[in-house]
Design a protein around this ligand. Structure first.
Ligand SMILES: *Cc1c(COP(=O)(O)O)cnc(C)c1O
Length: 459
């Protein structure tokens, strides 16, 4: 008998989670103003809101924390992290930050000015937020295939070179401070970018003399997909692929809460010493001295260890298989989801799940509320709420994809939990025709409204 697949770790500490009743959940979600961010975690049974900072650290990471050096300057933890970053990414210069958006804040303060254009592939919401906050514009150059959820394409995160070149041609070089390539592409479904595409982007950017940065939160998952799907790399170790990926960039921002499997942390990697020095000033202003930038010594130690664990093949295989395990159950039942399955999450195509709801009634958010009521499972809307209003016209932006994301925390849940989630989604799917009314906004913030928005049911 062929031995089946099994997880590459076992459990040493567990945390109790409680199931609730449907009546309780109906009350709690109403009290939360139909915003899943407003729910107490104790009111959630299986929390798939995000895979960000929600992973389980290993025994080695916890023990590394005990060895943290909390010196303000020149801490051994800083040098340990520096070594790990250079070893894994190949970037010689780095600045620590407290999380990914802080890395964006520091980098963009250094590079972006009002009126600038930042082309990329489905910029992440905080990335776009930081660009627009500076009165600059993010232009999405993702390949069209990404927007057809059922279409099978190995690298739906790829940049459309035609779209990118059109942007590079249209605007003067002075107005395009950088190209931001997101690996993997969170907003379009955890979809990877191929090395071939990265190389082509770098070459094109070189012709226009524009630097390329990677938004690298899930770089290791991207490398795993390259190994599995890009012929030339199938025999290469993950870390070698990671090196080759980053060789196509001039720098990177990192949310370490994702693929580095820590609860908090981030950094910026640079090839240019000059840029590193310029950015250092903003790090000192916003984050802290350049030897810790918002992280404690113990956090830097855990991160250094996490970078190694997050780039181990066995770990990545376990993780990505679990996401696919959930995805397959949904797809086999005929539920419309982004395919191929993403690295960190399953994305349900809410417009096709609930075709009767008008787009003005926040289709994916409505689906998220129904799933919570059904089983205490919390996902997150990647749709109209997240897309925000157009900064110029203040009109709602209706993105091509209206998705409910089920993000799987790293090393946290078992496949039994995935079975439970699948059953809950299937139950909602079975009663989808009864869901004819969505949600309306009562109150919203001027930017990144999805975190704090207050909603009510449309009557
Ligand atoms: C999470 C994330 C960020 C922002 O990082 P935070 O640590 O949440 O601030 C940026 N880009 C991508 C692709 C992300 O997934």
């Amino acid at each position: 008998m062929e031995l089946p697949f099994a997880e590459s770790y076992k459990m040493k500490t567990v945390e109790h989670i409680r199931r609730s009743t449907r009546e309780e959940r109906i009350r709690w979600i109403k009290e939360a103003r139909y915003n899943l961010f407003n729910l107490r975690s104790s009111h959630v049974f299986i929390d798939l809101l995000t895979d960000s900072g929600t992973g389980a650290m290993s025994d080695k990471q916890w023990s590394a924390m005990m060895l943290g050096d909390e010196s303000y300057a020149g801490a051994s933890s800083y040098y340990k992290l520096k070594e790990a970053i250079t070893d894994i990414t190949g970037f010689d210069y780095f600045l620590p930050t407290h999380q990914g958006r802080a890395a964006e804040n520091v980098l963009f303060s250094t590079m972006i000015k009002e009126g600038d254009i930042v082309p990329g592939n489905s910029h992440f919401d905080t990335t776009k937020g930081h660009i627009e906050f500076r009165k600059a514009h993010a232009i999405d150059c993702t390949i069209d295939e990404a927007f057809h959820t059922e279409l099978d394409h190995p690298f739906k995160g790829n940049v459309d070179l035609g779209k990118l070149e059109a942007v590079l041609k249209k605007y003067p070089k002075e107005r395009i401070p950088l190209i931001m390539v997101t690996i993997t592409c969170n907003s379009s479904g955890g979809q990877p970018v191929s090395i071939e595409n990265m190389k082509a982007v770098k070459k094109l950017a070189g012709q226009y003399d524009i630097p390329v940065f990677f938004d690298s939160a899930r770089f290791a998952e991207n490398a795993y997909f390259i190994k599995m799907r890009e012929e030339a790399f199938k025999d290469k170790p993950i870390r070698e692929i990671v090196h080759e990926m980053f060789a196509q960039a001039d720098g990177m921002t990192m949310s370490s809460k994702k693929d580095a499997i820590v609860n908090m942390g981030g950094f910026i990697g640079f090839r240019s010493r000059e840029l590193f020095e310029k950015a250092s000033m903003f790090t000192i202003m916003f984050e802290g001295f350049i030897n810790y930038g918002g992280m404690s010594g113990r956090d830097m130690n855990a991160l250094a260890q996490g970078l190694y664990e997050g780039t181990e093949f066995d770990y990545l295989e376990t993780r990505i298989n679990q996401v696919a395990y959930l995805g397959k159950q949904l797809r086999d039942y005929g539920i419309p989801i982004q395919y191929p399955y993403g690295g960190h999450a399953i994305f349900i195509d809410a417009k096709r799940f609930l075709p009767n709801l008008p787009k003005e009634e926040f289709v994916a958010q409505t689906l998220g509320v129904e799933l919570y009521i059904e089983g205490g499972v919390r996902g997150v809307e990647i749709g109209t709420l997240l897309a925000d209003r157009d900064p110029d016209t203040r009109k709602n932006r209706y993105p091509e994809l209206e998705l409910l994301r089920l993000a799987i925390p790293r090393r946290v849940y078992t496949n039994n939990h995935m079975d439970y989630v699948a059953a809950a989604v299937i139950n909602v799917f079975d009663r989808r025709r009864e869901i004819t009314k969505g949600l309306k906004i009562l109150k919203e913030a001027p930017i990144m409204r999805h975190f704090t928005v207050e909603l009510d049911r449309v009557r």
